[in-house]
Write a protein that binds this ligand. Structure first.
Ligand code: ATP
Ligand code: MG
Length: 139
């Protein structure tokens, strides 16, 4: 059964391009409650660990370097069927393939610099929320 939480990051491209506020507003306007929020800068070790599942992919090194190239916003969001609802809101990995009106369509630079992360399963959402937030940072 789907749980009601997902994890997101606003990636360094979107922060650098000044879209942090507009993207957080998209979350809220689309019915996601913000349960935790943090403006931070991933270390290389954190980025490597977070995207460990992609370690064998050819883009892993580029992905890690990008994710620690500047500050990010990490958040826990709550809504019914959060993981799937959020992936619908952000759109396809490649903004060129993303549906009109999705966050990646409107704010991403490219497939590699694609503005936001969204958990891909309830299991990974729980792991990713715990990776970035302790219990006393979740409201
Ligand atoms: P995310 O996990 O960040 O929400 P996603 O689930 O849509 O994205 P994944 O397949 O998990 O996509 O890939 C993780 C991230 O790796 C992508 O968001 C993108 O930043 C980067 N990436 C994926 N494919 C490529 C590629 N072919 N070239 C460069 N970067 C890529
Ligand atoms: Mg993914």
């Amino acid at each position: 059964m789907a749980t009601n939480r997902t994890f997101t990051m606003i990636k360094p491209d979107a922060v650098k391009n000044g879209y942090m506020g507009q993207i957080i507003d998209r979350f809220i306007q689309n019915g996601f409650a913000i349960k935790a929020l943090k403006y931070t800068h991933l270390s290389k070790e954190q980025a490597q660990k977070f995207y460990e599942v992609h370690a064998e992919r050819p883009f892993y090194g580029e992905l890690v370097d990008f994710m620690c190239s500047g500050p990010i916003v990490a958040a826990i969001l709550e809504k019914d069927n959060a993981v799937n609802a959020f992936r619908t809101l952000i759109g396809a990995t490649d903004p060129a393939e993303a549906t009109e009106g999705t966050i990646r369509k409107d704010f991403a630079e490219s497939k590699a610099h694609n503005a936001v992360h969204g958990s891909d399963s309830d299991e990974n959402a729980a792991i990713e929320c715990a990776f970035h937030f302790s219990a006393n940072e979740i409201f």
